[in-house]
Design a protein around this ligand. Structure first.
Ligand code: G6P
Length: 573
């Protein structure tokens, strides 16, 4: 294959006063032949402890996975053809974190091609969202792709069991025809999928970690089913590999440049990677959040990707930002570009990447994977583990044990206040909801961020309300804001929240789930599972000394409850 005809997407890096510091680190890295060591998986570039070094070495399979996958394109495309020929009309990919982020990006960035199948992604335990997917498809004509590297993650197993039981009611012993697994060789899930007669099991690669798996079966199987030219995606990724030094010394390594810039900026306090994208690329933010936050957010260090923050004028930003614009060469995207230019003129560091078309995402996945690993070397941390994600999972597991034994979640401590049906749980107090919120937000320092954690059903209306809440906080407090739906963010930015610097204010939103959904074979519902995940994470946040406020919307209703909260925040700030 000749990929030499592909150039990689352009990137401009304007660092202002940080130029000299970034150049000094680049020179130092080049002087010690960092790129050569990187491709040789030299683990002491990141960590010095022998066990941690072993872990680093064992998760670097992503470096060459695009090359490994290229000869397998035919096999994946034949499979997609088989699915179309069998009469399937929909594809639902189910999983968490790295196992579903790439299909989410593809679905938004690409138009479904004429021979592709409509694609939906399920990555939440919210009963309303599960029901929404069930109602959007014709079950017998739907292919369910259960994607889990470890094969032990609770959510994908629950999704698989739920839809398998539904299909069994409709097709009896032939239910497995509608199911495909993507998992690691030898995972427990291989045994289950085999026993249940899954149509196909794609075995991925143990040495490719979840958030670095975009260019493996996890990204490529859904892409091919959706009708994307996966050969072209890989060709562009391989062009980027070469530009990043996979075949020997290179002069301007775009992954090294980006990674050193982000790492050095974070060290200098510019640790909020604020992403600016046109409408068709907003979900790239979800992918980047997972890659960057989960890889770097540990040991009190890290880079926080801020996606979906309303883009303001320079005066609303503190000196904790680096702005990264990712857009299309051919799209003017005037409003964003004008604002980014103003930010640059005001002295903020700005990095801009221009894609020719959506297939360039193949190259960008690889650039960002390299950059994340390089930034982690600057910060001297292991990019491939996620120790604090486990803490929340363990707390949730404990709570679920209680649910199994006693039939319901244990009582939490009493709220500090209940007003108009909303209950407030916090370490700060007040005689009204506005007082509680004021006290909560008064804790914010200038380099802090607000993180909204919504264990609710994602809808366009709720998204708009959460955006309005973020905008209000940004305008009144001039701090970064982030927002995520639980449990999705638990497998992504959740690592940074508990393992990164203690600069977050966490606003958790939960509800009673008036319309719940039973989980087959388990003595609990999706709603209880989701609430246990919220409670488990709250415990993990508190145990690492994080400042939290949980607002339980009870039976007020999700959109109505958040609208009410927004009005209280307006009064409070
Ligand atoms: O693919 P799985 O093994 O099911 O893992 C899904 C996700 O779960 C974990 O929480 C990790 O933190 C993520 O990095 C991972 O992508």
């Amino acid at each position: 294959m000749d990929t030499s005809s592909y150039s990689v997407p352009t990137m401009s890096v304007q660092l202002g006063q940080y130029q000299a510091a970034v150049e000094a680190t680049l020179q130092e890295f080049n002087a010690r032949h960092f790129t050569a060591g990187f491709w040789q998986k030299q683990a002491d570039l990141w960590v010095q402890d022998a066990e941690a070094q072993q872990s680093v070495r064992s998760f670097m399979g992503w470096l060459r996975v695009a090359e490994t996958m290229l000869p397998r394109v035919g096999e994946i495309e034949e499979f997609a053809q088989e699915i179309r020929a069998a009469g399937f009309k929909h594809v639902v990919v189910m999983g968490m974190g790295g196992s579903t982020m790439t299909p989410i990006v593809f679905k938004q960035a690409f138009e479904k091609s004429a021979n592709g199948l409509p694609l939906l992604v399920l990555d939440t335990t919210n009963p309303g969202s599960v029901r929404e997917i069930e109602e959007a498809v014709s079950l017998p004509e739907t292919l369910f792709v259960v994607a889990s590297k470890s094969g032990t993650t609770a959510e994908p197993l629950a999704f698989g069991d739920y839809f398998y039981a539904r299909l069994k009611e409709l097709k009896g012993e032939r239910a497995g025809e509608n199911f495909v697994a993507i998992t690691d060789p030898g995972s427990k899930f291989v045994t289950q999928a085999t026993a249940e007669g899954y149509r196909r099991i794609f075995l991925n690669f143990a040495e490719v970690g979840g958030r670095f798996s975009a260019l493996s079966y996890f990204g490529l199987v859904p892409a091919a089913l959706y009708g994307i030219d996966i050969y072209a995606l890989l060709e562009r990724a391989i062009a980027m590999m070469r530009a990043c030094g996979s075949e020997g010394a290179v002069a301007d390594n775009p992954g090294l440049m980006l990674g050193v810039a982000l790492g050095v900026l974070a060290q200098q306090g510019r640790d909020k990677l604020t992403l600016v994208v046109p409408a068709g690329l907003t979900d790239l933010g979800l992918w980047l959040e997972q890659l960057v936050a989960e890889s770097t957010g540990k040991e009190g260090k890290g880079i926080l990707p801020v996606a979906g923050d309303p883009l303001g004028s320079p005066e609303v930003y503190g000196p904790d930002r680096v702005f990264v614009y990712v857009g299309y060469e051919s799209q003017p995207d005037e409003d964003n570009r004008r604002k980014v230019a103003a930010l640059q003129a005001a002295g903020h560091p700005v990095i801009a990447i221009l894609l020719r078309d959506a297939l360039d995402l193949g190259a960008e996945f690889f650039r960002w994977e390299v950059a994340t690993a390089v930034a982690s070397a600057v910060l001297q941390i292991n990019p491939f583990d996620q120790p604090n994600v486990q803490a929340a999972k363990t707390a949730t597991d404990q709570l679920m044990k209680v649910v199994v034994e006693r039939g319901s979640l244990p009582q939490t401590s009493a709220p500090v206040l209940t007003e108009n049906g909303l209950s407030y749980y916090a370490s700060v107090a007040g005689s009204s909801a506005a007082d509680v919120l004021r006290a909560f937000f008064q804790q914010a320092g200038s380099d802090n961020f607000l993180c909204i954690q919504a264990y609710l059903m994602e809808t366009p209306a709720l998204n708009a309300e959460l955006d309005a809440l973020r905008q209000l906080v940004q305008q009144r407090l001039h701090i970064a804001t982030a927002s995520g739906y639980g449990p999705r963010f638990l497998h992504s930015t959740g690592q940074y929240h508990k393992g990164g610097p203690n600069t977050g204010l966490f606003l958790q939103l939960t509800t009673d789930h008036a319309q719940d959904l039973p989980l087959p074979g388990r003595p609990y519902t999706f709603g209880t599972f989701q609430n246990a995940q919220a409670a488990g994470d709250l415990e993990a946040l508190l145990s690492t000394g994080r400042r939290t406020l949980r607002v339980h919307l009870g039976s007020v209703g999700e959109e109505k409850g958040v609208a009410q909260l927004l009005r209280v925040v307006q009064d409070a700030l």
